[in-house]
Write a protein that binds this ligand. Structure first.
Ligand SMILES: [Zn+2]
Length: 483
């Protein structure tokens, strides 16, 4: 696809945009520059606690040197030799972790508040990339989208410093059965169409694929085969096809985990997606430590199928959970706030405990899966009824993994190095080591002592450029639910 460089759209010159040729070569435009707090090519982060993303315990009082977008060195501050001309940031009391590599992100958000809610997911390509970066996300996979073209254009803009956001692994549209259940997804009628879609979007720049609930075994097999042939991975939110069947077909990651697996539904017919309420009942009654569940986990581990945790979105259907904090609510439009609060109140008043039980079951499953050697990834999935917001939702996901029984250091590894390994980019990103890309998050406090300190993000370095987290959040105020 050709990149759109023209600022003239349908005869209207977009106001506030600076023509590319008017900018100094190499310098970012105002739209990016206003969020940059540190742009010196060489920076020393002194007296910091480092949690390196590998699962190693925190190292106290370190000095970390950034040079030309990479980590030049990291080690005890007392041994550091800081060359002249290096910008020094004294960061006592702060923790530095690798930039988050989050695997189930979206650049869309459910804004349709009518009876048809859920059928439309308008793009939030304006606010979400900023909120993701503000929270410390430096790499994200979109894991399905309503607007692949928007996402691809945004990816290119971020890469060429025309927009602010994380590096994006752009996933395809939701590839589903026919007819589509969401108006913006792609219905796949047969295996030949699955291959054609993969070929087309791969050529356009899509680097991963998403299969959705109603896609059946034969077209899914073709889609996975074609994607692998072209060097791409496939993520699945399954239903008609079970987790075991998809694993046999070679799927790379199972999104959401146990809560959406249909493997344990009695009498499930091949290729049929069971009624969602029936599925929830079965899963809520499941013994996660039982032989059939452990057997499935063994199968997934043996076939190197990753599970992508999205606890934050399940939390919104559970009761007695904390509401969105005021700072998060403030990013929503008034209409979106009301809609979220109403739905949340309805769930609180409903005597049904299924959502609450499912969150606990999912937590237990993810812990078992990781303990048995499974590759657990972290994502947020800002969909549901609008209670998960880009960026803030990432913090929530980390907090919930901690609640599920993973230590802070383990949670950070899941949300950094595990994702990088899955994407095959662990030589460049995912941990703090000399030579790696300087994707770093500076946090006030210590998440090992208090997990919620993860939310005190001050600075986020992406490729060595430090962005001001608070300014990025402020720029989205009142806009989520609109754009
Ligand atoms: Zn999703």
């Amino acid at each position: 696809m050709k990149k759109r460089t023209s600022l003239v759209l349908m005869g209207i010159i977009l106001s506030g945009s600076v023509p590319a040729q008017a900018q100094t070569a190499g310098a970012p435009p105002d739209a990016v520059r206003k969020y940059v707090a540190v742009s010196d090519p060489r920076v020393a982060l002194r007296h910091v606690r480092v949690i390196d993303g590998t699962g190693a315990p925190p190292a106290e009082d370190q000095a970390l040197l950034i040079a030309d977008g990479r980590i030049a060195s990291v080690g005890p501050d007392r041994d550091a030799r800081i060359p002249k001309g290096v910008k020094i940031l004294n960061l006592e009391g702060r923790t530095v972790i690798p930039g988050l590599v989050m695997m189930h992100e979206h650049l869309v958000y459910p804004t349709d508040r009518s009876a048809d809610a859920g059928r439309m997911y308008p793009s939030h390509a304006l606010t979400f990339p900023r909120l993701y970066l503000a929270a410390g996300v430096t790499t994200m996979r979109t894991a399905g989208t309503a607007e692949p073209v928007t996402d691809l254009n945004l990816k290119h803009e971020i890469e060429s410093d025309k927009a602010v956001g994380p590096d994006i692994d752009v996933t395809s549209s939701w590839m589903d059965g026919n007819p589509p259940i969401i108006l913006q997804e792609t219905p796949i009628r047969d295996a030949a169409e699955a291959r054609r879609q993969v070929q087309f979007w791969s050529a356009e720049g899509v680097t991963s694929f998403k299969v959705y609930m109603y896609l059946t075994r034969e077209p899914m097999a073709a889609l996975i085969d074609e994607a692998h042939r072209l060097g791409h991975k496939v993520a699945g939110h399954l239903c008609a096809v079970t987790a075991r069947e998809a694993a046999e077909l070679g799927i790379d990651s199972l999104e959401h985990g146990l809560v959406v697996f249909t493997d344990f539904v009695p009498g499930k017919k091949v290729g049929e997606c069971p009624d969602p309420e029936a599925l929830d009942k079965v899963t809520a009654g499941l013994d996660v430590g039982s032989a059939p569940v452990r057997d499935l986990i063994r199968e997934l581990v043996a076939r190197h199928v990753a599970v992508d945790s999205t606890l934050a979105v399940f939390e919104t259907d559970a009761k007695r959970r904390p509401p969105l904090p005021q700072g998060t609510l403030d990013t929503l439009t008034p209409e979106a706030q009301v809609s979220y609060l109403r739905r949340r109140a309805r769930i609180a008043d409903d005597p049904d405990e299924t959502g609450t039980i499912l969150l606990a079951k999912e937590m237990q499953f993810e812990r078992e899966f990781a303990e048995m050697g499974g590759q657990l990834l972290a994502g947020t999935d800002p969909t549901g009824y609008g209670g998960v917001i880009a960026g803030f939702g990432n913090w929530r996901e980390l907090r919930l993994l901690n609640e599920a029984g993973f230590s802070a250091v383990e949670v950070i590894r899941i949300a950094t190095l595990n994702g990088a390994r899955f994407l095959g980019r662990e030589d460049r990103i995912g941990s703090i080591a000399p030579g790696k890309q300087a994707d770093l998050v500076v946090i006030r406090g210590n998440p090992v002592v208090k997990m919620t300190d993860m939310e005190n993000v001050e600075l986020v370095f992406r490729r060595g450029v430090g962005y001001d987290s608070a300014k990025l959040v402020a720029s989205a105020r009142g806009l989520v639910g609109s754009r």
